[in-house]
Design a binder for this molecule. Structure first.
Ligand code: PMT
Length: 399
């Protein structure tokens, strides 16, 4: 959920600082990159070694003086972060933040930060209820910072009331909601086809192609990372995905894939057809293994359903249909014909003449063709990056 996000955690002097260790662990588990700043008084409650070990990064507490005499690590940190969480935020730090004081690294970094700031206060109930604290918290909210509500319960003083820091899980959830709301395909449904199809000749043999499913799986993941709910219909493959938001539908033949797509297409806002569907299948599937009875064998093949053409006919206004073309000659003109014939909104062309493109490998080189205009030409890239380019083209189309 927080994969690749750069999270800066500021820890201040409060007994709730012990929970920062769990918070760092949860963030790292979500594959966030975490850096921690401790105020001097936070070091009385939690050790830098604990947080450095859990975050896998050195913990900062003081302005660094480099050999060149510069001491601006607070500016670097403030620009580096995608989000700055101050948890626990003590009454003292809340007051200093609200008034722009700057007598430690955490406060200086806060003043330099351009990213969203989250505050998880922790203090005794009367300190929290005091009008000065309430005013300071309101000031910080007015600055656009997110306040993560305190919980009611037993406090370090032995009193019971409001003032316990939110649990680490609640803080992570606030961050998740924040990053989700930034995703551009939240609320959209996507259908993606991937991999080859197997067209059975008999119980042991089939007709197929070299598709590994890598391109389609990468597209499904790129769509899910942008917030879409994805149905991934895949032919036989060793690829796997565990990203939340993706439901995988395993199919074998073109007929199976066509049936799954007919079921799922009506509710899809975005459909990307990257599967290498067999165009022909054996007219008859033998019940038993075909025996070697003569020197040659002639197979009769019949057409499989053209899934893309069917979906293109059914497409409603507002649905986006993206096709692929794998070509070996006259690439652009063949791709344009498919774009028109199958009623795609745009088509992604890959050519087996480009080394590193197409089947099997981890890279692809594509051109994206719209109904009008010149093709957009992309260099050879890892399939994960190609997938992100395709998602960007989808976003541009919607814009
Ligand atoms: O899986 P990888 O190893 O990562 O390889 C990726 C890939 C090379 C398979 C992929 O990048 C790709 O090019 N997929 C489309 C391959 C293909 O079969 O193209 P086509 O030109 O034959 O088909 C045109 C379009 O119609 C495609 O969107 C295809 O999914 C669709 N189609 C084709 C035949 C059919 N019966 N039904 C279809 O929906």
């Amino acid at each position: 959920m927080l994969k690749g996000k750069k999270i800066l955690l500021g820890v201040t002097g409060s007994i709730a600082a012990y929970k920062s260790a769990m918070l760092v662990r949860l963030l790292v588990k979500q594959e966030a990159e975490v850096r921690v700043i401790l105020t001097p008084s936070a070091r009385d409650f939690v050790t830098p070694l604990t947080l450095a070990t859990l975050s896998r990064n050195p913990v900062l507490s003081e302005f660094q003086q480099s050999q060149t005499g510069t001491w601006n690590n607070h500016v670097e940190l403030g620009l580096w972060a995608d989000a700055f969480i101050i948890a626990p935020a003590s009454a003292n730090t809340v007051a200093k933040l609200a008034h722009g004081l700057c007598d430690n690294l955490l406060l200086a970094t806060y003043l330099s930060a351009r990213c969203p700031v989250f505050l998880a206060p922790a203090m005794d109930l009367d300190m929290l209820a005091h009008p000065a604290t309430q005013k300071n918290l309101s000031t910080l909210q007015a600055h656009g910072h997110r306040l993560i509500k305190t919980n009611f319960g037993e406090l370090a003083s032995g009193l019971t009331g409001d003032g316990r820091m939110a649990e680490p899980e609640e803080i992570v959830e606030s961050l998740r909601q924040h990053f989700d709301s930034k995703k551009k395909l939240t609320g959209k449904r996507a259908l993606v086809t991937a991999g080859p199809t197997y067209e059975a000749l008999d119980p042991v043999r089939f007709i197929s192609n070299h598709s590994s499913g890598k391109m389609g799986f990468a597209i499904a993941e790129a769509l899910a990372e942008e917030g879409a709910t994805v149905d991934l219909v895949s032919g036989p493959t060793t690829q796997q995905t565990h990203l939340p938001g993706i439901t995988t539908h395993a199919v074998v033949s073109a007929d199976d894939m066509a049936a799954a797509c007919s079921r799922l297409f009506p509710s899809a806002d975005i459909t990307v057809l990257s599967a290498a569907v067999a165009d022909y299948k054996p007219a008859v599937r033998a019940d038993q293994k075909i025996k070697k009875t003569s020197d040659s064998l002639t197979l009769e093949l019949t057409r499989t359903p053209d899934i893309a053409a069917r979906l293109g006919e059914q497409k409603r206004p507002g649905q986006l249909l993206v096709g692929f073309a794998l070509e070996t000659e006259n690439e652009v003109s063949n791709a344009r014909k498919k774009l028109e014939a199958k009623n795609f909104d745009f088509i992604v062309l890959n050519s087996l003449n480009d080394s590193g493109a197409g089947f099997g490998g981890d890279t692809n080189q594509v051109r994206i063709l719209h109904r009008t205009g010149d093709p957009a030409v992309f260099p050879l890239k890892p399939k994960r990056e190609v997938a992100r380019d395709i998602v960007q083209a989808i976003l541009n189309h919607h814009a």
